[in-house]
Design a protein around this ligand. Sequence first.
Ligand code: ADP
Ligand code: MG
Length: 298
Amino acid sequence: MGLGEQASNAVPRTASLLDQGPDIRTSRSDLRTDAAARQVPDPQNGSVAVDTQRLSKRFEKERRTNAVLSDITLSIPDGEFVSVIGPSGCGKSTLLKILAGLSPFDSGSVSVLGRRPGGSWRDVGFVFQHLALLPWRNVLGNVLLPAELAGMDRSQAMDRARHSLDMVGLSGFEHYHLREISGGMRQRVALARVLMADARLLLLDEPFSALDEITREAIDLLFMDICVRTGAAAILVTHSLYEAVLMSDRVIVLSSRPASIVGEVLVDSARPRARTFMQDGAFIHAAAQVRELLEVGA
Ligand code: ADP
Ligand code: MG
């Protein structure tokens, strides 16, 4: 199957609840969407990668309560690419850590690939802000790590690692040390490592934020391509409105802490997209809607 074919049927699309046209939208409050009215994938039409119902979380520190997430209800079908954007400190990383099984939650329910969060590395991949690459290992050694931890057969692991490195354009750099490659290449190593797993779901916490803009854009496009090819669902936490719209089928906007969902914007264009998508009317329209929701939630 060609890339284009996969892209066109990767994600079922529905009309945006926000897409009412500028003539109807007279005030910012029209941009609010009711959590109950938001799109919930029909379980008959494929499985759900992530489902949270009224998820709430608070931290207690020195007898003070810090409410971080408030009633987050979110449903992400298989294969959908969703970005989560919101003010700094609102709880984005906390949300991702809960989904990754790295942090407990207080109330509500969370289902990841039909299970409680946590568990096998095989179908959920993570790339967090701090790459956690091992500096004493070379490129290949870093990519092989999850396979070694899982006890995968060595020659099978080697084949997969070479294939993963090929997907991110790092063939030929297997034996380079991390200090010998650029920041963008290190980011690709982290992506290649994630690709060692047959991930159905990728969780990414601002993975590209340390990169310069040009490198970041190139890696965004590469990563979008990989997601379409593998059919993985993804949740990308980002503070870049442009990155969110470029990459995503859907952008979810969180309010300031405690984070609740202010609204969401569907980006009406098949993935993968080219850099030129940023000049497209659909991009500009979606970016303007996300910006308005960010202002509502600030
Ligand atoms: P974001 O990723 O949106 O910038 P975070 O999820 O990292 O925000 O943090 C949200 C809030 O939760 C902040 O007020 C932060 O201080 C608090 N927080 C995050 N992790 C912890 C922790 N392990 N213990 C106590 N408070 C935490
Ligand atoms: Mg964060």
